[in-house]
Design a protein around this ligand. Structure first.
Ligand SMILES: C[S@@+](CC[C@H](N)C(=O)[O-])C[C@H]1O[C@@H](n2cnc3c(N)ncnc32)[C@H](O)[C@@H]1O
Ligand SMILES: Nc1nc2[nH]cc(C(=O)O)c2c(=O)[nH]1
Ligand code: SF4
Ligand SMILES: [Mg+2]
Length: 238
């Protein structure tokens, strides 16, 4: 099976409760959403950029699409990795490909959690789920209620168990409404190990510090809640 990939590199996880662990990253292309703050190009490129030696910023250009055996081998070539981050774009769009991957380290999924039928295809294959809930101010589609239903179904499918860690991230902007967060967390708190509030990285769009601390305090009444910004952006790694 073959799919286009935009990049394969080795770095450290820059977001969420596992920040700092060394990971191999595979970035799939294409997304079913269009978040206003998105920091990633989701277009399909002619080549996949493969960073052979971690930290060098030197990339080998591999013609797209790539087959699943090649991608698995490239990911397995990195040393000492804790896990393999499946990101994008939206990796669940390529659930059939992910189901066929043969890699030596646990899979860590970064997802917008809106494609429950695809989630079912890989529920036994992923060990970590970083589920990023998209709020109404990010949602441009027709029907926000069914977006939320699909999100909750994804969390049910990929929920936290003894074999799979699932946590929730919420990107907070200056437009975020407290009630939206409280309602969403109420609906998914039974499926996740913790909630991470991730302030949007663009300064002009970022929430007030007081707002973040008050929101954390409100959520702590019902669930473990962390505030963790994107750390890889601070020191400029991939
Ligand atoms: C580019 S997305 C790809 C995976 C998946 N589509 C998703 O949204 O989770 C990876 C992560 O980057 C986060 N992200 C993207 N742009 C951001 C920004 N400007 N500030 C903070 N986090 C951002 C997303 O919210 C998500 O957690
Ligand atoms: N270092 C690093 N950590 C990350 N965590 C989530 C990322 C993503 O784009 O999904 C990401 C990324 O692009 N780089
Ligand atoms: S879902 Fe993820 S990749 Fe897609 S637009 Fe939003 S942040 Fe970007
Ligand atoms: Mg990123």
């Amino acid at each position: 099976m073959q799919v286009p990939i935009s990049e394969i590199f080795c770095s450290v996880q820059g977001e969420g409760p596992h920040v700092g662990v060394r990971q191999a990253f595979v970035r799939f292309v294409g997304c079913n959403l269009n978040c206003s703050y998105c920091d990633t190009n989701v277009e399909r490129p002619a080549f996949c950029n493969f960073e052979k030696v971690p930290g060098t910023n030197e990339f080998q250009e591999l013609p797209n699409p790539l087959d699943v055996e090649t991608v698995s081998e490239l990911l397995n070539s990195y040393e000492n990795v804790h896990s393999i981050s499946l990101t994008g774009g939206e990796p669940l769009l390529e659930a059939d490909f992910i189901a066929e991957m043969d890699v030596s380290r646990p899979l860590y999924l970064e997802s917008n959690m809106t494609l429950p039928d695809m989630a079912k295809k890989i529920s036994d294959k992923v060990s970590y789920v970083s589920g990023d809930v998209k709020l109404i101010d990010e949602f441009e589609g027709e029907d926000f209620e069914s977006h939320l239903e699909r999100t909750f179904e994804c969390f049910r499918t990929l929920r936290n168990t003894k074999d799979r860690e699932c946590f929730c991230k919420l990107v907070i902007t200056k437009n975020t409404a407290v009630d939206d967060i409280l309602n969403i967390v109420d609906s998914i708190s039974g499926y996740v190990s913790c909630v991470v509030l991730q302030p949007v990285t663009q300064k002009h769009f970022a929430p007030e510090i007081n707002f973040m601390l008050k929101l954390q305090n409100d959520l702590l009444d019902s669930i473990d809640t962390l505030i963790i910004p994107q750390t890889h952006k601070m020191w400029g790694c991939l």
